[in-house]
Design a protein. Structure first.
Length: 149
């Protein structure tokens, strides 16, 4: 069997090449002899003319169904799933109660343009170099009120 193409750009379409490779290997396991060649376009090669005719018909057919999804679409879908999972985990955890008061919804938080600084992070996480936090972990001893000195 011969596999011919007039599309020099075919070599840059990795998904197409990978699909052809898989099918070629499967056919060779069934003792098919397959030879791949490039042919010059529009010189009257019967198989190429027929393939061009089928391609034109497919382009005109609005009912055509494609089984390929753009990488950007897949990336968007995966990001959506990831944010949904993150939200479920966020809703179910008992940690981060102060941060949850500021950001109860992950999707809304991701839409915000926030300049993240150490001061901002300390404020929304209730962590940082505040006296109460340092005292909690025995880093410093709290100051005594003036009346007790």
């Amino acid at each position: 069997m011969g596999l011919c193409t007039d599309d020099e750009m075919c070599v840059h379409r990795n998904y197409l090449i990978e699909e052809i490779r898989r099918k070629t290997i499967a056919l060779e396991k069934e003792n098919w002899n397959i030879e791949c060649t490039w042919i010059k376009v529009h010189i009257g090669h019967l198989g190429n003319e027929f393939a061009d005719k089928l391609a034109r018909e497919a382009a005109r057919n609005s009912d055509m169904c494609y089984n390929k999804i753009a990488k950007s679409k897949i990336g968007h879908q995966e990001r959506e799933k990831s944010v949904e999972k993150w939200q479920q985990q966020w809703d179910n955890t008992t940690n981060g109660s102060v941060t949850k008061e500021f950001f109860p919804n992950i999707k809304d938080r991701l839409k915000m343009k926030i300049n993240l600084t150490s001061i901002f992070t300390a404020m929304v996480t209730a962590h940082g170099k505040t006296r109460s936090y340092q005292h909690r972990f025995k880093i410093i001893v709290p100051r005594m009120p003036l009346q007790q000195r």
